[in-house]
Design a protein around this ligand. Structure first.
Ligand SMILES: [Fe+2]
Ligand SMILES: [Fe+2]
Length: 261
């Protein structure tokens, strides 16, 4: 973590003990402690939960936070559709689009193509931690339950090979987590239960299309999926974020990422 940016972001409350300290040494100690507390707080806080003062303000607009329409972001329509989110918030969304493209090329069911298109939808603009569960929750009111189920289960399935379909433990995970990493018991349980489920293969296909979806030079846009979205995603008339569904706030958080008051 950059010491200077940490210092710049310390709140007046955190800095009060520094100002109140008598000697220079006492000030240095108080500052060290304030920075250490700030760091602890940041490590324990998923990034989506940290509302930062405007890091790159618009020239002439000195408000400390950009509530509601953030001038640095494209304005969303009043009743935004899934496609609007792809164009104005998630873009380029290459990973999602390429995963869905691959599923479509392989001739999979439209539900599987849609699941691939949405499987990591929380990652770029909302919540990365435990992302399969967040992504499933975001879309559950608008898709077939099989789609939401498959998205949720891909989180656990990624850690477990399935030789019957050629899915291997991702080589990258050895680099990320080490050779001795063992998935947590809840993931083991989720995987075992999913294996016995009638929709297992839909979730497994997400992980299969996930691995090979980073093709260089392939142009794919959300318009390639207009028909599949139209037939399989129940777009609320009021727009995502404004339909009063139990997940409307999640979509609003993507529209207005700094609306914390
Ligand atoms: Fe994922
Ligand atoms: Fe993915």
């Amino acid at each position: 973590m950059n010491r200077r940016s940490l210092l710049n972001d310390l709140s007046a409350d955190s800095l009060a003990p520094v100002a109140g300290a008598g000697s220079l040494t006492a000030k240095a100690d108080a500052l060290e402690e304030a920075m250490s507390k700030e760091l602890d707080k940041r490590i324990a806080t998923p990034w989506a939960c940290s509302i930062e003062p405007t890091p790159v303000p618009i020239p002439g607009d000195t408000r400390p936070w950009y509530q509601h329409d953030d001038p640095r972001l494209p304005k969303m329509p009043e009743a935004p559709t899934l496609t609007d989110f792809f164009r104005l918030r998630f873009a380029p969304a290459s990973h999602l689009l390429q995963s869905a493209r691959l599923a479509k090329l392989e001739g999979h069911d439209e539900k599987v193509v849609l699941a691939c298109l949405l499987h990591d939808i929380s990652v770029s603009n909302l919540f990365r931690t435990d992302h399969g569960y967040w992504a499933a929750q975001m879309v559950r009111p608008y898709v077939d339950e099989e789609v939401a189920w498959a998205i949720e289960k891909h989180q656990a399935l990624r850690f477990f090979p399935d030789a019957s379909v050629g899915y291997e433990y991702p080589e990258a995970y050895i680099r990320f987590f080490g050779t001795d990493y063992v998935p947590e018991p809840y993931l083991v349980r989720e995987h075992e239960q999913a294996r016995k489920h009638r929709w297992y293969m839909s979730a497994r296909l997400i992980t299969l299309n996930d691995l090979y979806s980073f093709e260089e030079g392939v142009e794919v846009g959300i318009d390639d999926f207009t028909d599949i979205i139209g037939r399989n995603f129940r777009q609320p008339r009021e727009g995502l974020g404004f339909d009063g569904s139990p997940v409307a706030h999640m979509w609003r958080s993507v529209i207005w990422p700094n609306n914390f008051l």
